[in-house]
Write a protein that binds this ligand. Structure first.
Ligand code: C5P
Length: 220
């Protein structure tokens, strides 16, 4: 990419899934692999940026030359991201944060019985949404969204609600795109309503496209 616009820029990325404990041996999570977050981290590193990643539990190797903060739960991801937020100039929220977490975490392994079991869940903090309220005019925030219907409309609403400058729409419709795959197909929605569709590419290539879209915002 050779872009010097990102040279020494402070970039903060949330990445991966979160794990919400039920008891010492069980948790609620999702299929996020963390590949897209790390691909974006590498693209920024290659462009000369100073990159910090707050990552949930992932099984892939962490990129070189990037500072990674490991967390487990949505609450931990929120606390760590909040701590790093003030110094960041570009924030990219790639993490698939659990929306709900068990109301109580049992300190002993839950015993099974012949009865069915219900677990009460409470909402987790919306990291992008909460930090969006603290965002200053010089900070650029980018979110991701995975929508199955009314994708663009919902993306624009989400963008306003979370005070984002740009949202990256992931498609679940296209084969080979999204969770676990090494490829992704994105549509970028800018705050001014501009919509750009990209074709199916590797996550590393998609990351470079995302940087190019962010660069457009920097130029304004
Ligand atoms: O509202 P929704 O989950 O669809 O929004 C997705 C975007 O918000 C992603 O950028 C995701 O990383 C971020 N998010 C977050 N904290 C949450 C939920 C989503 O930062 N609790």
């Amino acid at each position: 990419i050779g872009s010097s616009r990102f040279k020494d820029k402070r970039v903060l990325i949330t990445s991966g899934p979160t794990q919400e404990a039920i008891d010492p041996v069980r948790f609620i999570s999702n299929h996020s692999s963390g590949k897209m977050g790390y691909a974006i981290a590498k693209a920024f590193r290659n462009a000369g940026a100073n990159v910090q990643v707050v990552s949930g539990p992932v099984n892939i190797e962490k990129p070189q030359g990037v500072e990674v903060f490991k967390v487990k739960s949505a609450q931990e991801m929120f606390a760590q991201t909040k701590e790093l937020f003030g110094a960041a100039e570009i924030i990219v929220y790639v993490a698939a944060v659990a929306d709900y977490t068990p109301e109580k975490v049992s300190d002993k392994k839950l015993k099974k019985s012949d009865d069915d079991l219900a677990i009460s869940l409470k909402r987790t903090p919306d990291i992008a949404g909460t930090l969006g309220k603290l965002k200053n005019r010089d900070q650029i925030a980018v979110g991701f969204a995975l929508e199955t219907d009314n994708a663009r409309e919902n993306a624009l609403r989400k963008l306003e609600k979370k005070n984002l400058d740009m949202i990256v729409l992931n498609s679940l419709q296209d084969s080979g795109a999204g969770f676990r795959y090494d490829t992704n197909k994105i549509t970028v929605v800018h705050r001014n309503g501009e919509v750009i569709e990209h074709s199916l590419k590797t996550k590393d290539e998609v990351a470079v496209d995302i940087l190019a879209e962010i660069e457009k915002i920097l130029k304004k």
